[in-house]
Design a protein around this ligand. Structure first.
Ligand SMILES: Nc1c(NC[C@H](O)[C@H](O)[C@H](O)CO)[nH]c(=O)[nH]c1=O
Ligand SMILES: CC(=O)[C@@H](O)COP(=O)(O)O
Length: 198
């Protein structure tokens, strides 16, 4: 068992009571995905005071759909949150700069994309894993909203179970816990950085 590998405990507990979190999860491999989502939700609500009502959970078919769904949900939430969105978008379309967009143009502070890829007998696994990891990264960088990579890329069922805190392995650990900590930390730091606290 490795004495090096693993993430250090979070440096602090945050007051996440005002955070709005998006979780997009797949319906592939549901028993493992559901455990990972529960780990993330329980960590955010019990360790960092995130309110359950401020956690939006949406599902898609598989991991390949995660980047698209996350990007669209972020865009849709901004549309809802932006007063006079039509005016904002019309000014954007005409190129007429009517000043910076309203401050509250995003309603999520972080997103967690949860899926479980289990390798089969073709190259499908490799193509999806590469596309999804790059896609989730791009959504985060393009939107400015932290998107946590919560996709297990496993060679067999046992690897998936172990990483969801399930099965017989003594090394089992629910990675959803880590993703919950990561989402809160980066959401809080992103807020501070955007407020000039560097
Ligand atoms: N084999 C797994 C998949 N495959 C489905 C794809 O993610 C996608 O939904 C399909 O290709 C349609 O676009 N998805 C997983 O999440 N996990 C798998 O093990
Ligand atoms: C991750 C996958 O897409 C994989 O489970 C599909 O299995 P196969 O490669 O045997 O079609």
């Amino acid at each position: 068992m490795s004495v090096v590998k693993g993430i250090a405990p979070p440096v602090e507990k945050y007051d996440g009571s005002s955070l709005r979190i998006l979780i997009v999860h797949t319906r592939w491999n549901p028993s493992v995905v559901d455990a990972l989502v529960k780990g993330a939700v329980d960590t955010m609500t019990t360790e960092h005071s995130v309110k359950s009502e401020n956690i939006t959970i949406q599902s898609v078919a598989g991991s390949y759909e995660l980047p698209f769904a996350t990007q669209r949900l972020i865009a849709a939430s901004r549309l809802q949150a932006t007063p006079n969105a039509a005016d904002l978008f019309s000014s954007m379309s005409t190129g007429e700069q009517t000043g910076p967009p309203p401050v509250n143009t995003q309603t999520f502070d972080a997103a967690i994309c949860v899926g479980v890829l289990i390798r089969g007998s073709t190259m499908h696994f490799e193509y999806i894993a590469d596309a999804v990891s790059n896609g989730i990264m791009r959504v985060g960088l393009d939107s400015g909203i932290p998107c946590i990579f919560g996709v297990l890329t496993c060679l067999d069922d046992d690897q998936a179970l172990e990483r969801a805190g399930m099965g017989a392995s003594e090394k089992k650990h629910n990675h959803g816990i880590d993703w919950g900590h990561c989402a809160v930390e980066l959401a809080m730091k992103n807020r501070d950085w955007m407020a000039g606290k560097i």
